[in-house]
Write a protein that binds this ligand. Sequence first.
Ligand code: SF4
Ligand code: SF4
Length: 62
Amino acid sequence: MGKIVIIDENLCIGCGNCVAICPKKILYLDVESKKCLCRDESSCDRRRGCEKVCPAGAIKIS
Ligand code: SF4
Ligand code: SF4
């Protein structure tokens, strides 16, 4: 299976918007890099809430 939650670390500004709205609580900010990561993409509902709130266009749902 391919990637579901695709995050471009170069674009992510670590704002936390996606972390705050993800209904599945699978997104988090890495403590050191302050970049968004996904801990369990198989739980993703694929409704793209994170895409909509990302100001940087850094997160895409396949
Ligand atoms: S699509 Fe929804 S469930 Fe999946 S990572 Fe984004 S906000 Fe979370
Ligand atoms: S909303 Fe976008 S810029 Fe903000 S933490 Fe999530 S992926 Fe990074």
